[in-house]
Design a protein around this ligand. Structure first.
Ligand code: HEC
Ligand code: HEC
Length: 294
């Protein structure tokens, strides 16, 4: 095949299809027409797109866009849905606004609603530190148990959430554990004695050669003021009960010694300026009913 005259229509003898007239090394290019179904879909799409542009927002302009015949927008849809949700929740939200914490816990319907609101707010604001279900982790209080650092009554929990712990807020829960080692208050040997004494308070194994009387004396002189003469803690100071086998920072000698050396005092932010009253109320009720509220 050598003719490349474009005016002569060449037909491939094998398939009976016209060729384009292009040829490479004896291979000719067929000029196969587009399938009919493909063309139908193409033209249907083109027609559809004209309709779409007329009806829906479509073409960007300098500072806005064509809004379409009916002025529909997805944002408008969301706003309408939010409004109907608000209308649905309105009476419950109002009831929650006006209710005291005790009222809420007495009214099963309001309680269910408050817990749901509280749970959502907890996921958004508290879970990063306390865990999704409030289970806590080292240094971050477990909110599921009935062991409270700062008190488990509704008012206590509300105050902790509102003002935080060592948060710098004027009404924050305050008071930290001194750094006995770093500040040279206790010697290494004394810290070891008193750490063993702390372990003995909850019946945990102590080092060989532990002198209980010596440990007790160090405890009485240095620790009892905050943790109580028997080590049962003091919620007014946020000093944990050391006899209950529930540990904020770990119940092994290394963790206890680390705390004695460097002190303890973890921070929880204040929420009073970040969340509204109703949300704090819902959170209080949620936390109170989570584990063992008092
Ligand atoms: C940045 C981390 C952080 C965030 C966020 C946080 N907390 Fe805390 N929270 C703590 C720490 C740390 C403690 C323990 C304070 C201590 O050691 O005395 C604590 C303690 C508490 C306590 C006291 C527990 C007890 O035993 O008395 C409550 C109640 C509490 N948090 C609720 C909340 C709620 C509700 C939120 C969300 C609005 C929240 N926390 C968000 C870090 C956080
Ligand atoms: C000024 C008050 C204060 C004194 C004195 C004090 N503590 Fe504490 N202690 C605290 C506070 C507050 C915490 C909790 C810190 C926190 O929540 O972040 C704590 C935490 C602890 C913990 C961690 C408990 C846990 O659950 O993980 C241990 C152990 C402990 N103290 C032992 C001692 C010993 C032993 C002494 C004496 C040598 C002592 N403390 C003296 C206030 C005090």
């Amino acid at each position: 095949m050598s003719s490349t005259n474009p005016n002569v229509k060449m037909v491939d003898s094998h398939t009976g299809t016209a060729t384009t007239g292009h040829e490479w090394d004896g291979i000719q290019e067929l000029n196969t027409p587009l399938p009919r179904w493909w063309l139908i879909i193409l033209w249907a799409s083109v027609i559809w797109s004209f309709g779409y542009v007329v009806v829906y927002p479509a073409i960007p302009l300098v500072s806005s866009f064509t809004t379409g015949m009916f002025g529909w927008s997805s944002r408008g849809d969301v706003a309408a849905e939010l409004n109907s949700l608000k209308a649905l929740r309105g009476p419950m939200v109002n009831a929650l606004n006006g209710a005291t914490l005790a009222d809420i816990e007495k009214d099963p319907k309001l309680l269910t609603f408050a817990r749901a609101q509280g749970k959502a707010a907890f996921g958004d604001n508290c879970a990063p530190c306390h865990g999704a279900g409030g289970g806590g982790s080292k240094g971050f209080a477990n909110l599921n148990d009935d062991d409270w650092l700062w008190g488990g009554k509704l008012e206590d929990i509300q105050a902790t959430i509102s003002f935080g712990v060592r948060s710098g807020h004027g009404k924050a829960r305050d008071g930290s554990m001194p750094a006995f080692g770093r500040d040279g208050i206790l010697k290494t040997a004394e810290m070891s004695q008193v750490a063993d004494y702390v372990l003995s308070l909850s019946g945990l194994p102590t080092d060989k050669g532990f002198d209980k009387a010596a440990g007790a004396k160090i405890f009485e002189e240095n620790c009892a003021a905050c943790h109580g003469p028997e080590g049962k803690g003091d919620m007014a100071l946020g000093s944990p009960n050391l006899t209950d086998k529930i540990w904020l920072f770990g119940g092994d000698k290394a963790s206890i010694t680390e705390g004695l050396t460097n002190g303890r005092g973890n921070v929880m932010p204040a929420w009073v300026d970040r969340l509204d009253d109703t949300t704090i109320k819902a959170l209080t009720v949620y936390v109170h009913t989570l584990g063992g509220g008092k």
